[in-house]
Design a protein around this ligand. Structure first.
Ligand code: NAD
Ligand code: ZN
Length: 352
């Protein structure tokens, strides 16, 4: 029996760039031929959602916008061409809502690079609503038995940092510096690194984040708000004092993107993932050449990265902390996020 689908639903809507958000009833959308309609139970709140609402990036954002791209729930309707999901299946909607499937990037499983990609909570409405649409070919299958609240942050934060660690080429026994380790992506990066046998120096600010990072297995924590010489402190925190084999940059400010080239080990790799507005990567040429440093970007993950990242979670290797709040509380969460006061992730629970 098909579940009954209402005509109207609760959503958090940004009416224009800069907000403020309006919590209101909007129509429930109908799936196109290749789409599923997911009754969202939980949606994580990513810093990207805040960048989107504030218009931080020079990429056009849909307005009015329903943000959100870490949505976990069950399929309640599907288009005529959908064979991947049945009604009642558990599904996750991600940043990559759909892609063309036909360009060079899609053909090579680099679908995040597709020029015609649709982005949840950016170019199409996302998961800060009770019912959200996604292309079936891009939606994630959430294995049975996994809690949907804890699975939600894996759908962006988890996949992104898992991919970033792979892009870093860091091996078991080596050390990665995770910058912004106390945030949503960071707390998961720490877990994935640990599960891969990689040692972690966590960089973030404040005692709550220090405590969380240490509990999650960081071997050292460098507080950027208190350190007088961050470069020296990160180097000193690596087991032999020679610096990190890789740096995963998740911070939402520009400064750490410049500092990383100084504490990365010779031959090391810096992976930029965080997206502070108007920021530049700047590195001294001499240092970069003579020490053979690699600097690269990493952008979410492809569908297989999604399957693998969820599989780590399903095997109990990832237990990143999250707090739950009702959908109505999104403005408060954005405020805390802006102030850098969230340790781990916030997950919104949809009203019944
Ligand atoms: P968050 O707000 O949860 O975490 C950011 C963390 O950075 C906070 O804990 C903050 O204290 C810390 N921080 C700020 N300045 C710092 C500094 N100078 N040194 C060390 N730490 C510092 O945000 P999030 O949801 O984890 O997202 C992080 C960034 O990643 C955002 O810019 C987001 O848009 C971006 N992002 C990128 C991708 C991608 O595919 N590349 C995917 C998802 C998110
Ligand atoms: Zn995200």
């Amino acid at each position: 029996m098909s579940p009954s689908i209402p005509e109207m639903q609760w959503a958090q809507v940004a009416p224009r760039i800069g907000g403020p958000l309006e919590y209101k009833q909007i129509p429930v959308p109908t799936p196109g031929p290749d789409q599923i309609l997911v009754k969202i139970k939980y949606s994580g709140v990513c810093h990207t959602d805040l960048h989107a609402m504030m218009g931080h990036w020079p990429i056009p954002v849909k307005m009015p916008l329903v943000g959100g791209h870490e949505g976990a729930g069950t399929v309640v309707a599907k288009g005529s061409l959908v064979s991947e999901f049945e009604i009642g299946d558990r599904a996750g909607l991600k940043w990559l809502n759909g892609s063309c499937g036909d360009c060079e990037f899609c053909r090579q499983s680099d679908d995040p690079l597709c020029a015609r990609a649709q982005l949840s909570g950016y170019t199409v409405d996302g998961t800060f609503q009770q019912y959200a649409l996604g292309k079936a070919s891009h939606a994630s299958k959430i294995p049975d038995g996994l809690p949907l609240d804890a699975a939600a942050p894996v759908l962006c934060a988890g996949i992104t940092v898992y991919k970033g660690l792979k892009e870093a080429g860091v091996r078991p026994g080596q050390t990665v510096a995770i910058v912004g380790a106390g945030g949503g992506l960071g707390s998961l990066a720490l877990q994935y690194a640990k599960a891969m046998g990689v040692r972690v120096v966590a960089v973030d600010g404040g005692d709550e984040k220090r405590g969380m990072c240490e509990e999650l297995g960081a071997e050292a924590f460098v507080d950027f708000t208190r350190s007088n010489d961050l470069v020296a402190d990160v180097k000193a925190a690596t087991p032999d004092g020679l610096g990190a084999h890789a740096v995963i940059l998740l911070a939402v400010s520009e400064k750490p993107f410049q500092q990383a080239t100084e504490y990365v080990r010779s031959r090391g790799t810096i992976v930029a993932i965080g997206l502070p507005p108007d920021a530049y990567l700047k590195a001294p040429v001499l240092n970069t050449v003579l020490r053979m440093i690699t600097i690269k970007g990493s952008y979410v993950g492809n569908r297989q990265d999604g399957v693998e990242a969820l599989d780590f979670f399903a095997r109990g290797l990832i237990k990143a902390p999250f707090k739950t709040a009702p959908l109505e509380d999104l403005p408060k969460i954005f405020e805390l996020m802006e102030q850098g006061k969230i340790a781990g992730r916030y997950v919104l629970e949809m009203p019944e």
